[in-house]
Design a protein around this ligand. Sequence first.
Ligand SMILES: Cc1cc2nc3c(=O)[nH]c(=O)nc-3n(C[C@H](O)[C@H](O)[C@H](O)COP(=O)(O)OP(=O)(O)OC[C@H]3O[C@@H](n4cnc5c(N)ncnc54)[C@H](O)[C@@H]3O)c2cc1C
Length: 469
Amino acid sequence: MKTLVWLREDLRIEDNAALHFAAANGSLQAVYVLPEGLGEASRWWLHHSLSSLAQSLESDGVDLILKTGRVSHVIPKLARKLDVDQVVWNRVYSPSGMEIGRELKEQLNNDEMPNRSFNAQLLIEPGKVFNKQGGPFKVFTPFWRHCVQTMRIDECLQTPELEGFSHSVRGDELDDWGLLPTKPNWANHFPDHWSPGEEGAHKGLRSFLAAKVNAYNGGRDFPAQDNTSKLSPHLAFGEIGPRQIWHATQEGINGGWVDAEHGRKFLSEIGWREFARYLLVHFPHLVRDPFNARFSEFPWQDQPKLVSAWQRGQTGYPIVDAGMRELWQTGYMHNRVRMIVASFLTKHCLTHWQVGMDWFWDTLLDADIGNNTASWQWAAGCGADAAPYFRIFNPILQGEKFDKQGEYIKRWVPELGKLSAKYINKPWEAGANELDQAQIKLGSTYPYPIVDHKQGREGALAAYQQIKK
Ligand SMILES: Cc1cc2nc3c(=O)[nH]c(=O)nc-3n(C[C@H](O)[C@H](O)[C@H](O)COP(=O)(O)OP(=O)(O)OC[C@H]3O[C@@H](n4cnc5c(N)ncnc54)[C@H](O)[C@@H]3O)c2cc1C
């Protein structure tokens, strides 16, 4: 039997349900259709991920055929040209991903082309999990407790033996897609930090479980330390699946080399990823609308100057600026700092969470529709299970708590490199002598705060009062 495998957010060979099914049924070819609306940083990752996957597939005689256009046109046409017996793919759990899958299925059914889809993206099929009342969970803790108690996670699939078949179809050239930035090449530092592709993903998981996981719970909050897995872009592109992470971590816990408390905390973060996709499946409007409908009336302000300073890491709050510059230079930002910068934008700057979400979408290598949407709504106070709006992060205290010595700040904001720990989170309080010695001229080498913390906090609370009634 000949199968066409449509690859999507599952750019891997191992534990890939659709690919495995195709391989078990005979020979196959693979196709990838360029999705619309990818952010710029994601395009960089995608280029390298596709290039790496194409090389791995090629060694088994399988081509990764690249195509652009509407999936429901492109794939049925390709299936006819390749004269395959069936088309298979893994589902993408996002409103647009599900719609595209549905449309393709309908077309293939009309064409009488056998087709089948699988779950390789999540541990938990969102349509199968409900609370006691039969509705969807809206709060993480009971959702995850229910999942951990009831889910049975199958073993990972065995590495498939792939076999291609000969054909004369020509796809696009990857280079012609122009996914990489050129002038300027703002991604030139990315390769210092990342190795896109399945091999890089497994290396990342192995080194995390071998050397970092036992400091994860607690350690994961300190941005200067390297205590998290950095698997997020690999997960976003499906170079590794959550089931592989689950079993590798459990194996470590059972074998005694992964401390159970830390291992479970790490797996619960994988659970947050599950919950974010789950929410999108049950509440698809969340991509654009607040979960808490009251926030539709929130008096967000149009603040282009503040937004620009935030994007450039020039807010005058060192921990915020360090995060925004880490993002720009590496395509990544530490989770604790993501929460701080998101709170600052939505509360101190009263800027709509979608503005921040769109910037993250464009600049994050791990841009993920589920995690990005849920996290921005959480930070803005309007999401499911969100931080209450009135809990406003104080960027000075957050910095003093999680980057007391300013190690992280100094890494990304070098102009503050000589400032003492006492003032590193509030340079405007340092005296003239201290600033002179640290070669800092406020308002010139480093900005004054663009919003006074106390005023920003009061402004946010006053705005919240307007929708509270
Ligand atoms: C405002 C904001 C926007 C965010 N946008 C994204 C995004 O677009 N893509 C994205 O993958 N994550 C996003 N996150 C969640 C989180 O910051 C990243 O997943 C995490 O920092 C990735 O680093 P890591 O792989 O080392 O995480 P680890 O701590 O090693 O966690 C392992 C995995 O669990 C998942 N995870 C961890 N924390 C969260 C979380 N809070 N919510 C959901 N899943 C989580 C990720 O898939 C992560 O790779 C966002 C958080 C905030 C506050």
